[in-house]
Design a protein around this ligand. Structure first.
Ligand SMILES: [Fe+2]
Length: 196
């Protein structure tokens, strides 16, 4: 008998009704270098009032995710950018630390997003490298996507693409803060911060 102890959980929702509108607003956040707006400072898409209703809905899904975890934190959309990749321009394995929660909303393509994690079950490095994969020994999860798919995941979770074709998305990073001053955990709300 095997007993599984701890899960890794991501959140998924479908929001197909926003695809065309979000795609059309790229015109205001355009960049020329690289795969993402991050290299040219085009990372404040959440401030765009044309996209307010979209962000309200993404925020509701973030709240649902927090509810599922029995958590009540304030979610701050701190960085949001468009990203376009092709078969020739792959998205390498990476994570979004130091954010807490990250998300990606698909605008184009069906290239799956692959999440990876070192296996807590692996007794030594590469122990599972050459065995047929099952639930207990796998270190990668492929999530199939289509335009309109929203994925929310812990920022520390590594992810990459296979680059089977063009891929377009709006991606973002969220910080979670604690509005309750009477608890020790987490960051306190920025309304209490002071910069000198
Ligand atoms: Fe990413």
């Amino acid at each position: 008998m095997l007993i599984n102890l701890f899960p890794t959980t991501i959140y998924r929702a479908e929001m197909p009704e926003y695809v065309n509108w979000v795609k059309s607003q790229f015109k205001n956040h355009r960049f020329t270098e690289g795969l993402t707006g991050e290299l040219e400072g085009k990372v404040l898409v959440h401030q765009d009032t044309h996209l307010a209703s979209f962000f309200v809905e993404v925020n509701e899904h973030v709240r649902n995710f927090l509810d599922d975890m029995n958590c009540n934190y304030d979610a701050h959309f701190m960085k949001t950018w468009y990203a376009w990749s092709t078969e020739q321009k792959p998205v390498p394995n990476h994570h979004h630390a130091p954010a807490h929660m990250s998300w990606t909303y698909y605008l184009e393509g069906t290239d799956p997003l692959v999440f990876t994690q070192d296996s807590k079950n692996e007794w030594f490095p590469e122990a599972f490298a050459h065995v047929e994969k099952n639930f207990f020994n796998s270190t990668a999860w492929q999530e199939n996507v289509e335009p309109g798919t929203l994925l929310i995941f812990p920022s520390h979770l590594h992810h990459h693409t296979y680059n089977t074709g063009n891929r377009g998305c709006l991606a973002g990073d969220i910080l979670l803060t604690n509005n309750n001053l009477n608890t020790e955990g987490g960051l306190i709300h920025p309304q209490y911060w002071k910069q000198f």
